[in-house]
Design a protein around this ligand. Structure first.
Ligand code: BJW
Length: 242
C-alpha cells in the first residue's frame, strides 16, 4: 500500500535528472544505531550531543568522551545497512551519476551498502586523528595505546576523526554538497531533525523540490514540497523503485 503523496514523490524521482539524498541519524535507526535527539539510552540519556560532541568536552574529559566513541564504534561494527541504504545504492547502480548521497552520519553504512562517492559531512567514526597539530615526535612513532592513545613524547592525544560543534566541515565535501544541492531537481531529506547547520541549510538552498522522509515532524518541514511520515527502510525502497 503506497500513499498518494508517496506516489507523487516517486513520480518526482522518475522525472528528476539530478537527485540529492541528504541523510541523518534516522537513516540508520532501523539498522539499530540510536539517533542523537530521540529518546535515548545509556550515555545518550545522560548527555546531549552538544555537550559531548565538542573539542572542549574532549579536552575536559578525554577518557569519558573516548569511551563514548569506543562504545559507538563497537556498536556500529555489529550492525548492517538496512533496506533504505540498500535501495539507495541499488538506485545508484541502475542510474549511475543521477543520485548523490550527502550524509551527516559517521557510521559508514551508506558506503557499506555500496553507495559510491558519499559526501560524509561529519567525518567517519572509524578514523582517528591528532587532537593538536602533530609534531615530529607524534609522527615518528606509533601512538601509545590508551583511552585515548597519546604521543609517548609530548602527550598529544588521538581523537575521533568526526566533526564536532564549532568545527569546520571538510571543505571539499561541503563544497561538493553545496554544488549538488544547487544543481539538483529533487532533494530527499531522510532521517534528520534538521537542527544542525550547515547540513540543514542544504535543504533550504536547493531550487529543486524537497521531499522529507521522517516519522516525526522536523525543523525543515516548512521548506518541503512533500513531507512523508514514515521510515527510511519502509519508504525508500518504494520511492526509488523503477
Ligand atoms: C527517522 C527514523 C527512521 C528516527 N527513518 N527517520 C546556523 C544557525 C545556528 C547554529 C549554527 C548555524 N551554523 C552553524 C551553527 C553551529 C552548529 C549548529 O548547527 N548548532 C545547532 C545545534 C544550532 N554547527 C556547527 O558547529 C558545525 N560547524 C560549523 O558550523 O562550523 C562553522 C562554524 C565554526 C565556528 C562557529 C560557527 C560556525 C558542525 C556541526 C557538527 C555536528 N556534529 C555531530 C556529531 C558528529 C560526531 C558524532 O557522531 O559524534 O553530528 S552532532 C550530531 O547532530 C551529529 C549529527 O550528524 C548531527 C545531526 O543530527 P541528525 O542526524 O539530524 O540526528 P537527530 O537525532 O537530530 O535526528 C534524527 C531524526 O531521525 C529525527 O528527526 C527522527 O524523527 C528521525 N528518525 N527514526 C527516518 N527509521
Amino acid at each position: 500500500m503506497i500513499h498518494d503523496l508517496a506516489v507523487s514523490v516517486r513520480a518526482w524521482v522518475r522525472e528528476a535528472r539530478r537527485i540529492v539524498l541528504l541523510s541523518g541519524a534516522g537513516m540508520s535507526a532501523e539498522s539499530g544505531v540510536p539517533t542523537f535527539r530521540d529518546a535515548q539510552t545509556g550515555l545518550w540519556a545522560q548527555f546531549r550531543p552538544e555537550e559531548l560532541a565538542t573539542e572542549q568536552a574532549f579536552r575536559a574529559r578525554p577518557g569519558m568522551v573516548w569511551d563514548w566513541y569506543a562504545l559507538r564504534r563497537e556498536m556500529i561494527d555489529r550492525v548492517a545497512p538496512n533496506a533504505g541504504h540498500l535501495a539507495v545504492a541499488a538506485f545508484q547502480r541502475r542510474h549511475p551519476g543521477r543520485l548523490t548521497v550527502v550524509t551527516q552520519n559517521v557510521d559508514g553504512l551508506h558506503q557499506r551498502a555500496g553507495s559510491p562517492d558519499v559526501l560524509a559531512l561529519h567525518g567517519n567514526i572509524a578514523d582517528d586523528r591528532w587532537l593538536d597539530a602533530p609534531r615530529p615526535c607524534c609522527l615518528a612513532q606509533a601512538p601509545q595505546p590508551g583511552q585515548p592513545p597519546r604521543c609517548a613524547t609530548c602527550g598529544n592525544l588521538r581523537r575521533p576523526a568526526v566533526v564536532w560543534f564549532g568545527e569546520l566541515l571538510p571543505a571539499a565535501d561541503l563544497a561538493a554538497a553545496e554544488e549538488a544541492a544547487a544543481r539538483c531537481d529533487l532533494m530527499l531529506v531522510v532521517g534528520t531533525s534538521g537542527v544542525v547547520y550547515p547540513a540543514a541549510g542544504l535543504a533550504r538552498a536547493t531550487r529543486g523540490r524537497v521531499a522529507i522522509v521522517n516519522p516525526e515532524p522536523t525543523e525543515l518541514d516548512d521548506a518541503a514540497d512533500a513531507v512523508l511520515a514514515g521510515t527510511a527502510a519502509a519508504l525508500l525502497p518504494q520511492l526509488l523503485e523503477d
